[in-house]
Design a protein around this ligand. Sequence first.
Ligand code: ADP
Length: 495
Amino acid sequence: MSSEPGGQGLASTGRVSRLGDLDYAPAPESAAIVSIADAYGLYIDGHFTDPERHESFATLNPATAAPLARVARASAADVDAAVQAARRALPAWSALPGAERAKYLFRISRIIQERQRELAVLETLDNGKPIRETRDVDIPLAAGHFFYYAGWADKLAFAGFGPDPRPRGVAGQIIPWNFPLLMAAWKLAPALAAGNTCVLKPAETTPLSALALADILEQAELPAGVVNIVTGDGATGADLVDHPGIDKLAFTGSTEVGRQIQRRLAARGLPLTLELGGKGANIVFDDAPLDEAIEGIIDGIFFNQGHVCCAGSRLLVHEGVADEVLRRLRRRVDQLRVGDPLDKNTDVGAINSAAQLARIGELVAAGEAEGATRYTSACPLPAAGYWFAPTVFTDVAPAHRIAREEIFGPVLAVMTFRTPEEAVAKANDTTYGLACGVWSEKGSRTLWVAQRLRAGVVWANAYNRFDPASPFGGVRESGFGREGGRHGLEAYLDV
Ligand code: ADP
């Protein structure tokens, strides 16, 4: 792509020329609304406590690599205390009338809305994603999940799971770093609505919004022990998985760790939900509305720096429109504003960690070594912190690592097709099965393709659309079980 006329010229002039001679003035959101403590304990049985071994680790701001706070590292004994607190809270919580549980969930939702600016800034600081996304997507959707499941709490008997569905008990919940507060809401809201109590383990690089949520739970006067939050790394997660006192485990994270967890739990027959990786395809037909498709492709791979399990990380484009799509795509990639995540004009923020940046770099190098053609936006990148410029690969073969492995970064692999059959075959040529997008004006073609795609979610003329009422989840190596919607209740009910 880089050899095409205009591409290098546009890119090399930086931001200014792309919009005529106009550029956006910086519009940073103030961080003053957030107060971050120097150190945080574990949230167990309704209060913050010191970890048994007094161990802690730092959580960083990925945009600067500067430490934000020290966070407790929970040991097996701490996890045990959290599980026991959840067990003690279970009888009273599960016996509450659903309408009473709903009041707490509505309250949590309302407080998240009231504190949404603070939470958006906090999430952006700890995760590195743009404030526009935390403000418009993460936080409103987190509030939306509590609100949506509050509505189910007194209607469980009408959810299609029998006349008197019972909670499973104590739920262990392990979440990743790409949508920290939103993933906490995805896990906690249905579990609590169904009458379970919870032990939540946030990811080690993004614990702060879950700890802010603990404060919100207190504000909502949620009874002690109903939700316990234990911070730590994979070892803490493993202690939760191995704890004999949990009745259900829900995990969102990498396929590799998901596999390990499934193996470890196989003998116990513990109910398990796994939401794992993906290698989603955006399929663009020659009759697609191209302006919308370009925005969908951009959103599909550059939203949240591509740290999205359902990212549209493969673009399958019909040969007849490939040149035109690539020309427009490159122009749009050049316009993406990469930088200060707190700036309201920023499109692409910081990569979440040094480890993730190294993984992206390794796979991009493999793409080049295997013969794909790389085009990377010439946008300026900040000196400190973890950054990767938006990148598009063409001349990609289905066997290339960049076409098969989840990169979890702002890197798109483009391939072409000639017939709908070939598009379906290429889209399904993956071990994953989380999400796909189909772009076409023709409804019958979209349906034909969608029926043949092996993916949990198929978007038509859209990508990365989420709604609390809509079930989400994968097939094959992307996991099993559904979160969201009525289906999301099933994981937390003994049906
Ligand atoms: P990533 O590779 O993208 O960081 P992980 O799957 O490693 O994703 O992490 C997702 C979540 O799983 C995090 O909260 C992490 O601490 C936790 N985790 C990592 N390893 C294990 C493990 N062996 N058992 C349980 N949880 C784990």
